[in-house]
Design a protein around this ligand. Structure first.
Ligand code: TRP
Ligand code: SF4
Length: 400
């Protein structure tokens, strides 16, 4: 809210594949040039389900960061860090847990879904129930405006919004709020102060959304207000108390859905994935052996792209003219499936070449990756410390 920050995390579950790239990473790469972005490895979240295999997590952490960098995440633009190296996330999680009704967590759909899906693991743990609240802490810590996630995560973002609202409701009402807010308006200077008051009136009396947006933008630009005053002015603008934690919104991007090689969801555990940095020979072989429309038994049998996973790949990778070529050639049996796959193999390899090149630097010198993460953790911790000061104070924990 203070600036339009973007926060997102990924659990370190092993090498990323093209499904991750087209479903999430490509979007992160775009966002990093539009917003201040914070991308982190959710290693604690990985432990909620994989607490019995901690050794694999470490390896996955570094592999995943290299995959991010390979995909084009630029550490000069985005802040990259590890959740567990910013222990403030745990502190905020604990403090938020004090005000989070149990029912809110039990009702999050992924709670029961995942327990059923991962029936081979014992997920009757405290940590697993708290998973979405830990996620709320990850997000609220940086006062994120936007959280790019998939559809399945939307209930988690909703929870974060509700928790923020409840927190502000419980702790944002300080004695003398009105006077303090007015004093803060004065600090804006006379011209901006007048504008702020005007926008506030327009929003509160006429419900003018544009005035609200303009008011927020005005506050976002202020460099020399204290954090506390900013919170007061954000809250005062809307007619509430201090807004200590900002309500985030899910940023659902229309991501091209890339299925697995067999048409099911792409997943390492289904053996139907192409990893981000897979070598060219292996990519070629995998695509060449991809199943196609079963109706095309012989070279002269016509087919239907709608019944073929290769077509789904063309939808992601090919331009309109190639797509038209596929439609036409498949239905008329003008060419065989291997020929149809050829431009696809080309496009995937072209996409992957710069990724492999970027990754090589980091594979050759792993200290580069560690340094990027160390720098990112430091930046994240500085912001987290700021938020936690506010949170502790609001909850009556600033003893001296
Ligand atoms: N739960 C998310 C997932 O499984 C990962 C995650 C953890 C996350 N903390 C987050 C995503 C904060 C966005 C913001 O994909
Ligand atoms: Fe699939 Fe292409 Fe073969 Fe048609 S020609 S079945 S789209 S691989």
């Amino acid at each position: 809210m203070y600036e339009q920050r973007v926060v997102s995390g990924m659990r370190p579950t092993g090498s990323l594949h093209l499904g991750h790239f087209h479903g999430a990473l490509k979007n992160w790469v775009k966002l990093q040039s539009e917003y201040p972005c914070f991308f982190f490895v959710a290693d604690w979240h990985a432990l909620t389900t994989h607490y019995d295999t901690p050794d694999v997590i470490e390896e996955h952490v570094w592999d995943m960061v290299i995959d991010w960098l390979a995909a084009g995440i630029d550490p000069a633009r985005a802040t990259l860090f590890l959740q567990s190296r910013v222990p403030e996330h745990a502190e905020l999680h604990t403090l938020l847990s004090m005000i989070t009704p149990l029912g809110w967590l039990e009702r999050v759909p992924s709670y029961k879904d995942q327990q059923e899906k991962l029936a081979d693991r014992d997920l009757g743990t405290y940590g697993f129930l708290g998973y979405p609240l830990l996620q709320s802490a990850d997000i609220l810590m940086y006062r994120a405006a936007w959280v790019p996630v998939g559809q399945d995560q939307v209930p988690h973002i909703e929870l974060a919004r509700e928790v923020a609202r409840r927190f502000n409701h419980l702790f944002g009402r300080e004695p003398g709020f009105e006077d303090k807010a007015k004093a803060a308006v004065k600090k804006l200077g006379s011209k901006k102060g007048r504008l702020y008051n005007e926008l506030r009136t327009r929003y509160q009396e006429q419900g003018d959304e544009e005035a609200l947006q303009a008011g927020r933008a005005l506050l976002n630009e202020q460099q020399n207000l204290s954090m506390g005053d900013k919170e007061r002015l954000f809250g005062y603008l809307e007619g509430g108390g201090r807004m200590i934690l900002a309500e985030p919104r899910a940023l659902l991007t229309e991501s091209s859905k890339l299925p697995g090689l067999d048409g099911q969801k792409m997943s390492k555990s289904y053996y139907n994935a192409i990893t981000l940095r897979e070598d060219a020979a292996s990519v070629t072989k995998k695509v060449r052996t991809m199943p196609t429309d079963p109706a095309r038994v012989k070279r002269n049998d016509p087919g239907d792209p709608e019944k073929c996973p290769v077509w789904q790949f063309h939808l992601v990778y090919s331009d309109a003219s190639t797509q038209a070529w596929v439609q036409q050639g498949c239905r008329s049996a003008a060419f065989g499936c291997l020929e149809c796959k050829q431009p696809l193999i080309q496009s995937i390899l072209v996409e992957q070449t710069p990724m492999r090149e970027r990754a090589q630097r980091y594979l050759d010198d792993p200290t580069l990756v560690k340094n990027i993460i160390a720098d990112g953790c430091e930046k994240a911790r500085a912001l987290a410390a700021e938020t936690m000061r506010e949170v502790r104070e609001a909850m009556g924990l600033n003893y001296s």
